[in-house]
Design a protein around this ligand. Structure first.
Ligand code: C2E
Ligand code: CA
Ligand code: CA
Length: 590
């Protein structure tokens, strides 16, 4: 194909004439003019095959030929043309009458060369034509590259669309169908009224921790490996997906209750084998929940919500936890209890009772512990064991905790008015109070210092009790808060001692002044010497660390007697006093 920047003599020419003399003459003229790619055909039936081999810039075509005349040849070539192309044909003819001309033009000819040939005219017409053809070829070429470009862009676009479609239905990292997709699948199954089916949720334990300890990349690799194991462990029609946040989902179609449970168990066993990722051994554990449709939910929303609820209650292990309607009831109860608790303080439903603390030597009351009570208008008295955890989770504990301290200080004031004695009182402190206040940039010690200052009482009339397990877990900042409370003059007690795991080293570091021996250490002391020995050594430990020792939960005279023998100075319990309303305390102190 000739292009504008090439010499025209490099064009490819095809000359067709049944008369060999004409052919020879034209060939000579063209050769003379310097054309190097000239093909001559005397049989017009060979034109089409030659044309198909391609690349001719110009055809010089005789009109009158046997077998196929020039018009027929042009018709053949016309049929081969690309959309943007034209026939580069110059007709060779002796007749120059109007009719012949028109007919040739209509058939697609661009020009005429009349016989007998005049060499100058022949070359001039050919050159004219080739100049146009060269431009046309360039144009064709450009169109081609353009369309190739467009094709390429089209491909990219289609690829992009495929990628987007994939991402819309798959998790980008784990490569499994994602939550929207799996939700639609569950929805579909329910809508079709398919046979009973199960849905298993499996949450890989410690996924978060792995992310923070080993990095996202490592955690992602672990997830991918678990995904791969799931793929191996199941086969259609079972479907698997990734729910997000370390949770995988498996749809177990067409199976009854027991069958779903068995399948779930098998899958968990296969998936939770130890893994090796990047040369590290990873031990996997997971919590898992199983729901069964349609009885656990007739729409996907309910079914999957119940699966999530069950998952939140499940313990790590190889057995899935099955949804139970009681979960929902207790959740609802919890929620409504929490809503009530928010109002409780305002409605005056909260109260403090005080359990006196007595000296085992003199039998005198030396202090008290404040315990919170909630008189629920409908449920009656709600145990702090039930509502304190709710308050801790919801953050209400900071308000309740401060209220307990202020209320206690006010009670100490009133008792002082009545009996002229300052009765020290211990208030229970939740570790969450310190954390939550810290999170808000506030300080518990400052809060308590202000409360004591407002009361005008000496700081040592207040003791704060923290459980052994929570004290052992305190961070540096929280320990500082406790140090500051000690410096104020407030005493600190280690509550429920004997139920946690104190390290002796840690025990010496902590700013505590009192050890409260848990009731569980009293078990058996009246019967066997071994229990007594253990209790005795705990009391000696308190002595050794110069701590006040208080035994909690004394219910019988026998227990009190043993404690006295073992040298325990102080005690609390139903044997001495039940927790009393504020008004009754002054009377018993007297
Ligand atoms: P705790 O601090 O260990 O309180 C001792 C619990 O033992 C109290 O239960 C008390 O009523 C009970 N008790 C007293 N004498 C005896 C006895 O002789 N035998 C038996 N079996 N029990 C006895 P209560 O009042 O139900 O409080 C339970 C827990 O709730 C407390 O355990 C404490 O951890 C928490 N709590 C109570 N009030 C508050 C509070 O104001 N703030 C915080 N953060 N926690 C509180
Ligand atoms: Ca306590
Ligand atoms: Ca206790």
């Amino acid at each position: 194909m000739i292009l504008p920047d090439q010499p025209l003599t490099e064009a490819k020419l095809l000359v067709v004439d049944d008369n060999p003399a004409n052919l020879a003459l034209l060939e000579a003229i063209l050769e003379e003019a310097g054309f190097t790619h000239v093909t001559c055909l005397s049989d017009s039936r060979q034109v089409l095959p030659a044309w198909r081999e391609g690349g001719y810039d110009l055809v010089l075509l005789d009109i009158r030929m046997p077998h196929l005349d020039g018009y027929a040849v042009m018709a053949q070539l016309e049929a081969e043309l690309e959309a943007d192309d034209y026939l580069p044909v110059i007709v060779l003819t002796a007749q120059i009458d109007e009719a012949t001309r028109e007919r040739a033009l209509a058939a697609g000819a661009r020009d005429f060369i009349t016989k007998p040939f005049d060499a100058r005219e022949v070359i001039q017409r050919i050159r004219n034509h080739l100049e146009v053809r060269a431009l046309h070829n360039r144009h064709l070429q450009e169109v081609q590259t353009l369309s190739a470009d467009v094709h390429h862009k089209d491909d990219l676009l289609q690829q992009r669309e495929r990628d987007l479609a994939y991402l819309a239905t798959h998790h980008p990292v784990v490569g499994l169908p994602n939550r929207p997709h799996m939700t639609r699948r569950v929805h579909r199954l329910l809508e079709e009224g398919a046979d009973a089916f199960g849905v298993l949720l499996m949450e890989v334990e410690g996924h978060r921790r792995l992310e923070t300890l080993a990095g996202y990349e490592f955690a992602d690799r672990v997830l991918c490996r678990i995904g791969a194991r799931l793929r191996e462990a199941v086969s259609p029609p079972t479907e698997i997906g990734y729910w997000g946040s370390g949770v995988f989902i498996v749809i177990l179609p067409r199976c009854g209750h027991q069958q779903a449970y068995d399948m779930a168990r098998e899958i968990l066993q296969a998936v939770l084998m130890p893994l090796e990722v990047g040369g590290y051994a990873v031990t996997l554990s997971a919590r898992s929940a199983l729901v069964h449709a349609p009885e656990d939910g007739e729409d996907s929303d309910t079914l999957l919500r119940r699966a999530m609820l069950t998952l939140s209650l499940a313990r790590p292990g190889l057995l899935p936890m099955h949804f139970d309607p009681a979960f929902e009831r207790s959740l609802q109860e919890r929620e409504s209890l929490l809503a009530d608790l928010r109002e409780a303080a305002l409605r005056g439903e909260l109260q403090l009772v005080y359990q006196p603390k007595v000296s085992l030597l003199s039998g005198k009351i030396v202090g008290a512990e404040a315990l919170m009570r909630w008189h629920h208008p409908r449920l009656g008295i709600v145990s702090p064991l039930r509502f304190i955890p709710l308050a801790e989770e919801s953050g209400l504990i900071t308000a309740l905790g401060l209220w307990a301290v202020e209320r206690t200080l006010a009670a100490i004031q009133r008792w002082y008015q009545q009996v002229r004695r300052i009765l020290p009182v211990a208030v229970n402190l939740s570790p969450r109070q310190i954390d939550l206040l810290q999170g808000e940039g506030l300080s518990l010690s400052a809060q308590i210092r202000d409360a004591i200052e407002r009361s005008g009482l000496p700081p040592n009339c207040l003791e704060l009790e923290l459980t052994e397990s929570s004290l052992m877990q305190q961070n540096e900042a929280a320990l500082q808060e406790l140090q500051q409370l000690r410096q104020l003059g407030v005493s600190l007690a280690l509550d429920d001692f004997g139920t946690g795991y104190s390290s002796m080293a840690r025990l010496q570091e902590l700013p505590v002044s009192t050890l409260k021996i848990d009731r569980s250490l009293l078990k058996g002391v009246t019967q066997d010497a071994r229990s007594r020995a253990i209790l005795g050594s705990v009391i000696s430990l308190g002595w050794a660390l110069s701590l006040d020792v208080v035994a909690e939960g004394i219910e019988t005279a026998a227990e009190a007697e043993i404690l006295r023998e073992l040298g325990c100075p102080l005690a609390q319990g139903y044997h001495f006093f039940r927790p009393l309303p504020e008004a009754e305390v002054a009377a018993v102190v007297r």
